[in-house]
Design a protein around this ligand. Sequence first.
Ligand SMILES: Cc1cc2nc3c(=O)[nH]c(=O)nc-3n(C[C@H](O)[C@H](O)[C@H](O)COP(=O)(O)OP(=O)(O)OC[C@H]3O[C@@H](n4cnc5c(N)ncnc54)[C@H](O)[C@@H]3O)c2cc1C
Length: 388
Amino acid sequence: MRRIMVLGAGYAGLHAVKQLLALQPNAEIVLVNKDVYHYDTARLHEVAVGRTDPSEISFNLRETIDPRVGLIVDEVMRIDHDIRAVELRNNGLVFYDYLINALGGAPSTYEVPGATGNVLPLITLNDAMIAHSHIERVLTDYRISRNPYDLRIAVCGDGFSAVAFIAALVHQLPDLAKKFGIPADKFEVHCFASNPKPLYRFDPKLTEWILEDLQNSNVIFHGSSRVTKVEPGTVFAGNQSFHANTIVWAAGIRGSGVVPISGYAQKFNRVIVRDDLSVVEADGGWPREFVIGDVSAVPNPETGRVYPASAQLAIQQADCAVSNLVSLLNGGRTYRFVFKPYGTILPLGPHSGVAQLEDSKGNYTRLKGAKVRLLINRMNKYFRDSIV
Ligand SMILES: Cc1cc2nc3c(=O)[nH]c(=O)nc-3n(C[C@H](O)[C@H](O)[C@H](O)COP(=O)(O)OP(=O)(O)OC[C@H]3O[C@@H](n4cnc5c(N)ncnc54)[C@H](O)[C@@H]3O)c2cc1C
């Protein structure tokens, strides 16, 4: 029996497993993930601000995964393509016939000095829980210290995850103020954007609406303020140094650290794949591996730029990779990956959001406010239904 190994139990890996069970049930399927649980990455900001309990955005893989799948809870250290084996931290070498690499990403600190270790990233469930306890700890400190920097939160980054975090935070501040007995107007939220303003390439009208809404909630945006250095409690950006005892890093992702030590052609640790999502084998032969989700770099054929990482992209890539693998196993050929984006949906706290939806003819519809919340709930349900 051929062994198909899937690395990573995020949206990409779990959707791939689901599709493999449906299309190639007679293969031996092995799933490796470093934690015993899956978490919904697209909802991490809710946990970070304390709005949502971690259990609501995660589930135990042992209790959920189909019993036909061999689950190994362990950390992938390296992939040895020559002998077709994955080296695991505790289990050593595990061999495969075919591989689907869906190891996801890691925070990109763009080599900013001091960033690693002095900021709170938001990439894993553990990160989100650490950010939440940190925020609660500094607010507890404030009650004794009266240090205004305990009430300052600096967010480094100007993309979707930075703005989703800021919006979730400002909606949570009244509750935090009440819980810690701190007047709500004493909090300060600052966003450091390397572009002239956040969401620089998003729809200008929706961006204007979002920024106005957040500025009305006393969020201060520092445009064209690329972060150049971080020290404990201090962000250096533009020509200023700025003190804040909570510094959140939401400035982008790079691929898994396993990539550079496993001999892939890569850019920022994201694997450069062929147009069918496979990677070139060392001997130039039959493809044995597909790379999908945040760990892959797939260019948009229209712009030449790599598609931004998203759950919708990861799920569609999993569909394509599994169809191609099943086709190969049955003596067929592989097909080019074509991404069909349904648009961009951005949550702005628990009751609002914005959406830019695209129809099949490429026409855009803009939506904003409370009605987008229904779409966000549907989107989150679609993500969950794709993986369980
Ligand atoms: C705060 C935030 C909000 C977002 N909001 C949205 C949104 O609204 N819509 C949207 O489409 N996208 C959103 N995204 C992006 C989206 O979540 C990612 O693109 C998506 O999670 C990618 O899926 P993935 O399976 O490739 O990676 P992941 O979901 O990151 O999964 C990777 C898995 O691999 C495991 N793993 C990693 N390294 C190892 C290792 N060495 N060994 C073993 N296991 C390992 C991890 O534990 C994890 O289970 C958001 C991202 C963030 C951070």
